[in-house]
Design a protein around this ligand. Structure first.
Ligand code: MG
Length: 353
């Protein structure tokens, strides 16, 4: 890696695109999601310092596509400097995220916490009941149940059985992924009062459109969510609603007092956006964007560096990929910074060659 061969620029940029099948398909509002596409970037500075980053977009969350991130890298070319990287459009949030993470740095990172709790992921529907005991025995005390997948009334009929199966003192998160209308959301929220529900995540979102909902649709959903938050005691968490820096800004401007589910990998300017949330004393739950262990390390660095009240991480996703070399640490009830820190980005990069 001789720095002498480098042209007199600040960085040499390389990128590698990946397509990694999941071990099993994810269910999304847009149908099954079978493989993760994204790209890794590598920046090398004139002194030979090297850094890596990952762009793991989720287009139906409103981020860019892998194609557009790839074209932007091709357009940048191999020789780049801070000015050109900084001039990338805001719409390329995931790529900007990757490039920021890839700036070679010397400063050691000091985590605020040595370890953080992880929420156990529970499957949708009746299958949930068979899994709680094993997860509880493994040490989990925060559980996340996917709802909004089957018939809302059938799912609601299961809620008491789910609550009864939880170990004492445990908390349940419900994630509807935006599936409900106002009436369904109200029925659920009424039932959640007096039950050990930590929050209901994204009860509603703009309809299943191909792209990002229009500003008018968005405003309607914003109003609905704010109304629900005001009418029921169970906190509401925003996830799909806060998928970009601009979304977070919008909700900060509305003085959102509920929970924020933040996928750091989707934010183009993590530092600024997190500073805004910290200033507002926001309750933040850090969550995976189903990125590889390379991107997850960068996202978890944000979570471990967060000064606010720690909430269980939404990173109970591993093992995730058919090729285990791309998985993060096995998802037990706690993630230790030591294990996250041990992830070697270069090995992930090399695994794609
Ligand atoms: Mg969610």
């Amino acid at each position: 890696m001789g720095a002498t061969n480098l042209p007199p620029m600040q960085y040499r940029l390389q990128f590698r695109r990946y397509r990694l099948p999941f071990r099993s398909a994810m269910r999304t509002a847009h149908g099954p999601w079978t493989e993760r596409e994204g790209l890794l970037v590598r920046l090398e500075d004139a002194a030979g310092g090297v850094g890596y980053g990952e762009a793991a977009p989720i287009p139906w969350f409103g981020s860019e596509t892998v194609d557009s991130a790839g074209s932007a890298c091709r357009e940048l070319g191999e020789a780049v400097d801070d000015e050109r990287l900084g001039a990338l459009p805001r719409e390329l949030g995931c790529l900007r995220n990757a490039l920021a993470a890839a700036r070679p740095r010397e400063k050691a990172f000091a985590p605020v916490h040595p370890h953080l709790a992880v929420a156990a992921l529970l499957p949708a529907g009746r299958a949930v009941l068979g899994l709680i005991a094993a997860k509880a025995e493994a040490g989990f005390r925060v559980f996340k149940w996917k709802v909004g997948v089957g018939d809302p009334a059938d799912e609601l009929a299961l809620l008491d059985d789910v609550c009864a199966a939880l170990p004492s003192g445990a908390k349940l998160r419900l994630d509807a992924n935006g599936a409900w209308d106002r009436r369904q959301a109200e029925r659920w929220l009424a039932r959640c009062a007096d039950r050990p529900v930590e929050f209901v995540e994204q009860p509603a979102f703009a309809g299943p459109t191909a792209g990002r909902p229009s500003a008018t649709e968005m405003r309607k959903v914003d109003d609905l969510l704010r109304g629900l938050a005001g009418d029921f005691p169970t906190p509401i968490a925003l996830d799909e609603s806060v998928a970009s820096d601009a979304d977070v800004e919008r909700w900060l401007a509305m003085d959102w007092q509920g929970v924020w589910v933040i996928k750091p990998s989707l934010l183009g300017d993590v530092a600024t956006t997190l500073a805004g949330l910290a200033k507002a004393r926001a309750t933040v739950v850090f969550s995976s964007a189903l990125e590889t262990r390379l991107g997850a390390q960068a996202a978890l660095r944000v979570a471990f560096g967060w000064q606010g009240e720690p909430r269980a991480l939404g990173f109970g996703v591993w093992p995730l990929f058919a090729d285990g070399r791309f998985d993060g640490p096995y998802a037990g009830p706690f993630l230790h910074w030591e294990d996250v820190n041990r992830i070697n980005p270069e090995a992930v990069w090399n695994a794609l060659s």
